[in-house]
Design a protein around this ligand. Structure first.
Ligand SMILES: [Zn+2]
Length: 394
């Protein structure tokens, strides 16, 4: 992309291939062009890295702007095509033969060019973009790095320039232009077809975790797009890491439903998803000690325990040596407690309980949170194994 209209350049010659599409509402003239092949021989998946080695913006900002620019083709393109962001690289040499599209900065300037995308033969064999560092890159104002990244990664997708002035693929910079124009979408869809490139979910690990959520769950499969989102039983899960197009790590969202068998869904774009049914089981929560960071209970001190519960369930914190303990007709496998705090969690979420330690020096006590699964008192014997063992100190 260039500052002015007069002087755009690419290493490979641009093949202009204009298209006209007739719609029932009239005639729309598209002016996109295609350039340097495409990724259909690689499953219609385009992969790119970012080297945030520019001088003008913080590295994490550079990464975000270039990444989000590239992913616009995934999010808005409406094509049977996946964009896969692979993360950071330190490469900064033009080497369009590695099957990836590296994005990096070069010092200085190169005529009027803001950035140049290079290709040799076919973008799927590799295509690299250099951003000229002389231009004072900005976030949201001129020269907006995300705007230029969207344009250059459009070249990586296999698009040439458009004659439509509002298009991202217009040859010259024309202000902040982060959203794809109809002409840009038509060009992408002309290459890859309309619809979506669906993901496939094969398994998740681990397959269970507590209802309070926050468990890091790895989702394995194929063809996950670089902007794919994940849902557990229809609830968004925060993405913490993506590894290529085959793995996403997320935090399990919280639920109020114990023993829930949650469907896990990966969504590339709206209507383009795959679900592994009953893939993840929500189990009882563990007890968390919040005041005793060294894993010890101190005699005479008030220790705080956190417990997350489902709504409307009887909840206890029980503390004592192993053995059998009966309370309100319920037998619990923890032992005769020094103390039992009986609480009722009316709404789903975290509750804290404080207990003053009355044990002996060196004794091991078992701390356990119990969520009663039956209704009313005396619901019968049951065992919960999510205890923690703590040593008592003076
Ligand atoms: Zn260009």
């Amino acid at each position: 992309m260039n500052r002015s209209h007069s002087n755009w350049r690419h290493m490979a010659k641009i093949a202009t291939l204009s298209a006209m599409t007739m719609l029932s509402t009239g005639v729309l003239t598209f002016s996109y062009s295609l350039w340097c092949g495409n990724w259909k021989n690689k499953g219609s998946v385009m992969s790119f890295y970012v080297n945030p080695n520019g001088a003008d913006l913080p590295a994490d900002t550079q990464e975000r702007l270039i990444r989000d620019g590239g992913l616009q083709w995934d999010v808005q393109g409406g094509a049977n095509f996946t964009v896969n962001y692979l993360g950071l690289t330190t490469r900064h040499a033009i080497m369009p033969s590695d099957g990836k599209c590296d994005q990096f900065f070069q010092p200085g300037s190169n005529g009027n060019a803001l950035a140049i995308t290079y290709c040799s033969g076919n973008v799927s064999s590799g295509a690299d973009t250099e951003y000229l560092d002389a231009w004072g890159w900005k976030d949201g104002t001129n020269y907006d790095l995300q705007t230029v990244a969207t344009h250059e990664i459009g070249h990586c997708d296999g698009l040439g320039h458009s004659a439509v002035g509002a298009a991202v693929m217009y040859a010259s910079y024309h202000g902040v232009t982060r959203n794809l124009n109809a002409d840009d979408k038509a060009g992408l869809q002309a290459i890859y077809g309309t619809g979506c490139n669906a993901p496939s979910v094969s398994n998740v690990s681990p397959t269970s975790g507590p209802i309070k959520g926050g468990t890091i769950v790895t989702i394995n499969g194929s063809n996950f797009s670089g902007s794919a989102t994940v849902e557990f039983e229809g609830v968004d899960a925060e993405v913490v890491q993506r590894t290529g197009s085959t793995q996403i790590k997320v935090k399990s969202p919280a639920t109020c439903t114990e023993n829930l068998l949650a469907d896990v869904t990966v969504i590339n774009t709206a209507g383009c998803d795959d679900t592994l049914a009953d893939a993840y089981t929500y189990v009882a929560n563990t007890v968390i000690l919040t005041t005793d960071g060294d894993g010890q209970l101190q005699i005479g001190s008030g220790e705080t325990f956190d417990l997350y519960g489902p709504s409307g369930k009887k909840t206890w914190i029980v503390v004592g040596p192993p053995g059998t303990f009966t309370k309100s007709g319920v037998t619990i496998d923890i032992g005769k407690p020094f103390s039992a705090v009986d609480k009722f969690i009316a709404s789903c979420g975290k509750r804290s309980f404080t207990w003053t330690v009355a044990g002996s020096d060196g004794e091991t006590l078992r701390v356990q949170g119990v969520v009663k699964t039956g209704s009313g008192s005396g619901a019968g014997a049951f065992t919960v194994s999510n205890y923690v063992d703590q040593i008592v100190v003076p």
